[in-house]
Design a protein around this ligand. Sequence first.
Ligand SMILES: NC(=O)c1ccc[n+]([C@@H]2O[C@H](COP(=O)([O-])OP(=O)(O)OC[C@H]3O[C@@H](n4cnc5c(N)ncnc54)[C@H](OP(=O)(O)O)[C@@H]3O)[C@@H](O)[C@H]2O)c1
Length: 331
Amino acid sequence: MLASKFVAARALVLLGCGWIARRHARAARRLGIPLLAASRDAGRARAFAREFAAVDAFGTYEDAVRDPRAAGALVCTPHDRHLRDALTALEAGLHILVEKPLAPTLAEVDRMIGAAGAAGRILMVAENFHFMPAFRHVRRLITGGHLGELRELHLIARGYRRHAGWRLDAGACGGGVLIDAGIHHVHNLRWWGGEPRRVFTLAPPRTVALGGEDSVDLLAELPGGVVGFLANSLGARGLPRFQWSTVTGTNGTCFADNRGRWVLLRGGRGTRLSLFLRDTRGHVALLRAFDEAMRTGTPPETDGAAGRRDLAVVLAAYRSIAERRPVDVQC
Ligand SMILES: NC(=O)c1ccc[n+]([C@@H]2O[C@H](COP(=O)([O-])OP(=O)(O)OC[C@H]3O[C@@H](n4cnc5c(N)ncnc54)[C@H](OP(=O)(O)O)[C@@H]3O)[C@@H](O)[C@H]2O)c1
């Protein structure tokens, strides 16, 4: 597997062979996109390459991005490394798909967007929620007028999970649950409800070890008086695994399973259940969109600006927690 010689410059370099890299590797295999595995540890890269049939393995990120077979890089490292790894890939002439959040600060995101623009390369944030069939269906119900005028969005993503490693380090993570898993739901809040103008956020006392907050309750003022609410927690013991999002308009409500398996629409015209069986987490569609953006030069739906706006809401929420007051979102 490691010795394939004839791979066109279409390969993607995985920077970091951790948890999310495995999801991307499975998606790449489904799409027939060749992979180059890069780890800080050559043995780990080789094992990863064997497991996912990658065409080559590298013991440094720098060597991997310089490989002539590479067209793009997937930044799958801790948040505080994203800018550095993105710049390494851009300097080697690669397009970049960067895991969420693009970086822990807007200043770093601005440098990344500027560098991608100057290099004429695609910058995409790996926001898989945007590519989940169920969540795209919710968006279509909203834009198609099936719910009437939008009124409220309630996104409930609460459970209990312990983390180890870099997520316990505030510097590496840039915060706690909201900047990590929660930013996916912040994306949905924006995508479905429009750009939040102001947020008021509270965080209860922590119960699990993390670099920042383990729970947040975020209230958002959305365009047209629409109200958004996100309850996001890793510190809520005893809850069932089921998590959901509801969007309510003047004509009805849609109720989505956060794992993307189904969406229920209830309202004036009765009840309709839609089931989603393939690529429920959107990883294949996400990678297909990146591949297409690289080939055509067309900016992806989740470009750098979209990733920046997601982060701006998270950072406003953090200021709100610190200052214990509603805070305007700085764009
Ligand atoms: N979209 C999603 O659903 C989703 C889910 C989980 C995570 N993510 C995002 O994906 C990124 C990685 O998260 P993950 O859960 O995959 O983390 P992970 O399992 O810890 O993997 C991160 C990888 O980064 C590399 N790395 C480089 N410098 C490191 C350092 N100083 N400390 C630790 N690892 C270092 C390591 O790979 P090598 O040792 O091989 O170099 C490590 O395996 C984050 O941005 C995270 O928010 C997204």
